[in-house]
Design a protein around this ligand. Structure first.
Ligand code: NOJ
Length: 516
């Protein structure tokens, strides 16, 4: 991948979409039915009135560095995000997560808004270096960190909310980065000890585990493009090595859980994969192939080993033919002992659809593209803040792709949401109401019409928070947070109320929603 050029063209694209005048609303009423504006296929895009199957899991998601604050309190060790944000120059206006939403001191407030929402699941992450300050068990565990998570988990359970715990959401302990991060196999071992520690400590109360969040983004954006922590610009070969170790780290943790804890604790261990949908530009074989390659090299790269014990063939062939990278190999023993069906659920994080075609002599499209592929954003689509597209049917197609390629696995939508940019209070986020309505409706179609085993939907995010390089400027919250007020008050947006209604209805029973 010619990265710097790809990066540049990606940024140009992002800017272009910021200035193009696009409609901001996505649903409209046609013949008494809601369809998505700007979409041509009315059969595909017509709103479905029905309910999800019984037991569907409704939740919201956050992550430790993005909400907790208390960055150096009570013995917490630094993470790579503390380093990155304190260094300056990496984050919008040099914002930091030092205080963030102050969730480290606001368990009661967070649980109260979760209760008001009516969710039955809350996905949050534990900060590895809050529990193990240098990332290892070579030094004493931080008792205060442990007490914080026990208190949070207990408060959730008392409120009838299932905790869904992510072990690693981008915030690697700095001490482990100092030994080379996930490029060093020792970090894989420390991750296993950390995971084992969490299973042992919290496993009586926690039944859902996400080992690693978005390894694709963490590896490429953090280690090759230098955009997020640890802000490295390593050659591609090293990204593939790091990715390989992350895949093994998950698989080892999964195996450990089922060997030592599963029988007694009866929980599930999955991973959250960034899942862009690549729509072929035309039905020509070359474009179908390009779209498939895109999916294999973004999703298949990290997920396929857990379902089919190896990397995708398309990816192996592509790498051999078009690059001088040596794709690491899984040993026969790894394939047999730790990779077979090593994911109890596929965690689907979804924010984007792209149109994909075979690339001739044209420039590369976006930074996700392999050399032979060009991805674009359709000019009719609504695009939020550069590259978050609003293409509701994209999530249904992504769900179907996962269903087809990985033996119909259990899937949980572990993240889906839409950003606003700015500091305004803006509690009337009608566009987000429409976004959620449309996307959740597509998830329901996948479940009811297509037979995809999708078991839950978690909105990103419970509240505005530290959006990585965009700092507090980019807001995904169902609750607005005032970051200039030391009390960090949370205020429900219209989308929070709309989500509560959808949850209460378990979908969209036949009444037409008057409020849209
Ligand atoms: C996915 C990441 O997991 C999350 O941390 C981030 O805030 C959202 N995408 C929105 O960009």
């Amino acid at each position: 991948m010619s990265v710097s050029f790809a990066k540049l063209s990606f940024l140009v694209l992002a800017l272009m979409f910021l200035v193009v005048d696009r409609p901001s609303s996505c649903l409209e009423l046609i013949d008494d039915k809601f369809v998505y504006r700007n979409f041509q296929d009315h059969k595909r895009d017509t709103f479905l009135h029905n309910r999800f199957k019984k037991g569907f899991a409704w939740g919201v998601a956050t992550s430790a560095y993005q909400i907790e604050g208390g960055w150096n309190e009570d013995g917490k060790g630094p993470s790579i995000w503390d380093t990155c944000s304190h260094q300056g120059g990496h984050v919008f206006m040099n914002h930091t997560g030092d205080v963030a939403c102050d969730s480290y001191h606001k368990i009661a407030e967070d649980v109260a808004i979760l209760k008001d929402l009516g969710v039955t699941y809350y996905r949050f992450s534990v900060s590895w270096s809050r529990l193990l300050p240098d990332g290892t068990l070579n030094h004493p565990v931080n008792k205060h960190g442990l007490a914080y998570y026990h208190k949070l988990i207990d408060a959730l359970i008392n409120a009838n909310i299932e905790p869904v715990v992510t072990l690693f959401h981008f915030d690697l302990p700095q001490a482990l980065q100092d030994i080379g991060g996930f490029e060093n196999r020792q970090t894989v071992q420390h991750f296993l000890y950390f995971a084992d520690f969490c299973f042992r400590e919290f496993g009586q109360k926690v039944k859902y585990w996400v080992t690693i969040n978005e390894p694709y983004v963490y590896v490429l954006f953090g280690h090759e493009y230098g955009l997020i922590a640890p802000n490295l610009k390593l050659p591609s070969q090293r990204s593939f090595n790091i990715a390989h170790n992350l895949i093994l780290a998950h698989a080892r943790a999964w195996k450990r859980y089922h060997e030592r804890y599963g029988q007694e604790q009866q929980g599930l261990v999955g991973m959250a994969f960034s899942t862009i949908w690549a729509e072929p530009m035309t039905q020509k074989a070359a474009d179908l192939e390009a779209a498939n390659l895109f999916m294999q090299m973004t999703v298949g790269w990290f997920a396929r080993p857990h379902y089919h014990s190896d990397y995708p063939d398309e990816m192996k062939e592509y790498i051999e033919k078009h690059t001088d990278i040596k794709l690491p190999e899984f040993s026969p023993q790894e394939k047999e002992q730790i990779l077979t069906r090593s994911c109890d659920f596929y965690g689907l994080n979804h924010y984007m659809t792209v149109m994909v075609k075979e690339r001739g002599n044209e420039m590369p499209g976006q930074m996700f593209d392999p050399e032979t592929v060009r991805s674009e954003i359709d000019r009719n689509w609504i695009v939020k803040e550069g590259y978050y597209t609003i293409v509701p049917w994209g999530i249904r197609k992504a769900l179907n792709w996962i269903h087809k390629h990985f033996h119909g696995p259990a899937i949980i939508v572990t993240e889906n949401g839409m950003p606003h940019v700015g500091y305004d209070v803006n509690l009337e986020d009608q566009d987000r109401v429409e976004y959620m309505t449309a996307y959740i409706n597509e998830v329901m179609k996948a479940q009811l019409l297509d037979g995809v085993d999708v078991r839950g939907y978690f909105a990103w995010s419970l509240m505005d928070n530290f959006e990585w390089t965009h700092g507090y400027m980019m807001r995904f919250g169902l609750h607005y947070v005032n970051f200039t007020d030391p009390a960090r008050p949370r205020m429900a947006r219209a989308s929070a109320k709309a989500y509560t209604e959808i949850i209460q209805d378990n979908g969209f029973p036949s009444k037409v929603r008057e409020d849209l």
